[in-house]
Design a binder for this molecule. Structure first.
Ligand SMILES: *[C@@H]1O[C@H](CO)[C@@H](O)[C@H](O)[C@H]1NC(C)=O
Length: 299
């Protein structure tokens, strides 16, 4: 009893003095009924960067807000976090329909892009420092956002997803599950993947986000072949040879992990595509907020 009174008093104090997760209902056109939540830290940077953080299947904006490191990092660095929430039962993301896989196609990806546009306007945020990250289904959507809205994002980090287009539904199903892809049986060339990405926004010739992918070798939900395919996809898009990373770091960022980087040069010391393969880790590769900040160029 005493404890619970104490806890609610604390919660009250917490909500009255600190920033918290807020729902935004009128962020503009929302073709797929995707919900928008936002975290705006008390100490906002001038021209704040924006991070879009996308939850996994069965997740919610609230769960990803508390379960991922980005809100705390926002307090530290002064950026804004957008937490989209899936409109479907089971809360996976639509990464299978033609609408979702097309720039301004009217799917979830379109709604999420509109959240970014709203946030840039409302908070005078920095359009040259917008980032996207997510886990599992959210990582699939991270790939899709990078493919459908390449000019919107400066960098992306996908934790245990599949390449953009790998869940593409033959029957144009919305929010479909694609077992062939999940089981690691969609194996394609870098050219196929690059074309798949480019076809999501035909005619686009501008910049594309630097892409980082994490995957566990013991992932049985989205088989590790999806790591190879995602690396092929983004190295293919940028024209690097997936078999020839410029840099390989064993035991980085931690023991048992191997990091490979493509497109490292004096202009771009961080590289353009990075794959981080976690030996003996299953579907949940823990998010690494500190490394994400480095990859985004925020740290
Ligand atoms: C699964 O995705 C692949 C493309 O990656 C596609 O060829 C296949 O038709 C999809 N399966 C279904 C059932 O739609």
């Amino acid at each position: 009893m005493r404890l619970s009174i104490f806890a609610s008093a604390l919660a009250l104090v917490g909500s009255s003095i600190g920033a918290s997760l807020q729902q935004v209902t009128n962020y503009g056109s929302n073709p797929s009924n995707t919900k928008m939540y936002i975290y705006v830290p008390d100490k906002l940077a001038a021209k704040p960067p924006v991070v879009v953080a996308i939850h996994y299947c069965s997740g919610t904006a609230q769960a990803y807000y508390t379960g991922s490191p980005y809100a705390k990092l926002a307090d530290q660095y002064g950026f804004i976090v957008i937490y989209p929430e899936s409109p479907y039962q089971g809360t996976c993301w639509d990464v299978s329909s033609k609408s979702a896989l097309t720039h301004n196609g009217g799917g979830d990806s379109n709604s999420i892009a509109n959240m970014v546009t709203y946030t840039l306007g409302k908070y005078k945020a920095d359009s040259s420092r917008v980032f996207v990250t997510g886990s599992s289904s959210g990582a699939m959507m991270t790939n899709v956002m990078a493919a459908t809205y390449p000019g919107m994002f400066k960098a992306a980090t996908a934790y245990s997803g599949v390449p953009a287009g790998c869940f593409m539904s033959a029957s144009n199903q919305v929010n479909g599950w694609n077992s062939t892809c999940a089981q690691g049986n969609v194996k394609a060339s870098a050219d196929y993947w690059a074309k798949t990405v480019k076809d999501m926004y035909p005619g686009y010739t501008g910049s594309r986000p630097r892409f980082q992918v994490y995957h566990g070798s013991a992932d049985t939900t989205l088989r590790p072949q999806n790591y190879q395919e995602t690396v092929k996809e983004w190295t293919g898009v940028f024209g690097f040879d997936a078999s020839k990373p410029e840099k390989t770091q064993q035991g980085f960022p931690q023991s048992g992990y191997t990091t490979q980087t493509w497109g490292v040069d004096s202009q771009n010391p961080l590289g353009t595509v990075q794959g981080i393969y976690a030996q003996n880790v299953g579907h949940t590769v823990p998010m690494n907020g500190a490394q994400d900040m480095k990859w985004f160029g925020l740290a």
